[in-house]
Design a protein around this ligand. Sequence first.
Ligand code: PLP
Length: 426
Amino acid sequence: MYQLETNCIHGGYSPKNGESRQIPIIPSTTFKYESTEQMGRLFDLAESGYFYSRVGNPTCDHVAARITKLEGGAAGILTSSGQAAIFYAIVNLCKAGDHLICTNEVYGGTYNLIAVTLKKFGIESTFLSVNSTNDEIKKAIQPNTKLIYAETVSNPSLAILDIERFAKVAHENNLPLVIDNTFPTPINCQPIKYGADIVIHSATKYLDGHSSLICGVVIDSGKFNWECDKVRFAELCEPDESYHGLIYTKQFGNIAYIVKMIVQLMRDIGACNSANNAYMLGTHIESLPLRIKKHSDNALAVAKFLEGDKRIKSVNCPMLPSSKYYDLAKKYLPNGICGVISFELNASKEKTIKFLDSLKLISIATHVADAKSCALHPASHTHRQLSPVELKAAGVSEGLIRISVGIENENDIISDIKQALDIAFS
Ligand SMILES: *Cc1c(COP(=O)(O)O)cnc(C)c1O
């Protein structure tokens, strides 16, 4: 019933009389019980309660509940990293012999996980552009396809997904749409509103926002009907032998997906987070609405400055009318996107490196999405191993710079870019 800003502060934790106002840190691996019988019921999932922090910790659960509330989901969990969240989100539905569809425009780590590592596990994939037509998406669907995966705003190319269109094609074919909503955060876009079924985050980015911890989140909208195709979703609709033949959809209804993830994947794989990390994340989320607005405003101011400078060849920022994603950005992200933008200098590799090395306030770092502005030269850093021909195919020119605009004063950031341009072009 409250608005987003209020839920960032109060969501997921309501202290009772005399209890701590802040979410308490419970750094305990284990929880005590008075009877053998009761502990047995917990292991049978006949009763709920904490017993071992790998499968559940109160601090982690409060923070997961806060983010779930912000996304408008039914239930969610914290994982050890964003990568772990993506792995769980996929493997909760896919086993060897299964298939998934993923957009081309995704984070490099996601691409490697799906194209290389999951392939070794026998999980096949088809990659297609966010600009694919409905027919092209439909053609990629196979009888063994289990999900469609995409990013709201892609890292680093900043492509914007037409969430409603992808959700429609997915649902017409009995498939869930899994969305990585890391860049906009639930403050700027809530994919579940537009039909996403599962939302994941690298909370390492804006949710934390201070480059102080690694954490992931998986959120279940509770809206997908897994029983629409009991063969396709046998993982949820058929008995689980590791729980005496329990059927998740029967026992846990609309949150079957997330419950299975906790009691099976967390139990067996163990990519959980710590109470200390969760506490810090929960606290940092309190200021998220203020921070993400400043990130978006600063990024737009920097993008406008760059667009007006002759030494700049092109600027990639979907908040600018010149972007081919401007209309989609206006529809799904009317209040702003995030702090990440990229641009191309009208210059050789040497001049581009000189520009980067002349920055004083903006630091050279591979991270994105925290309070401090930072910059990266993909041709020298993330895409260093690629040949000039491969760089061209990947759309990475020698003059390309990616900036994660922080929340410092916007004029200080722009002045820093200006003085570095003056040195590079002198
Ligand atoms: C960073 C990132 C990830 C991976 O998250 P980690 O917390 O670093 O494991 C996944 N998706 C996107 C969009 C990211 O930016």
